[in-house]
Design a binder for this molecule. Structure first.
Ligand SMILES: [Zn+2]
Length: 88
């Protein structure tokens, strides 16, 4: 409930002239909002906690890691181009 309210406030701010940049390319204005994500911040390290193979698609084991340091919550936006996976 509170999360929904917070998102609503953000949306209103956004429409009122708050112009977030795309989190992928950082160049164009974000048009698709994915909510908040956590990114590593400050000192810490990625420790291996497991392995995954992404099913049989890649058939290559990949490490699953966990960040030990602080995290920062950021708003994640993507512009129209990045959202569609288009290259410049
Ligand atoms: Zn972009």
């Amino acid at each position: 409930m509170f999360q929904r309210l917070k998102n609503l406030v953000k949306e209103v701010k956004w429409r009122a002239g708050f112009t977030p940049l795309c989190s992928v390319c950082g160049e164009r204005q974000g048009k698709h909002y994915f909510g908040t994500i956590e990114i590593p911040r400050g000192k810490g390290e990625h420790i291996k906690v497991g392995e995954t193979t992404f099913g049989d698609v890649l058939n290559t084991p990949m490490d699953v890691v966990k960040w030990t340091g602080e995290k920062e919550q950021v708003e994640y936006f993507e512009c129209e181009k990045c959202f569609k996976g288009e290259e410049d």
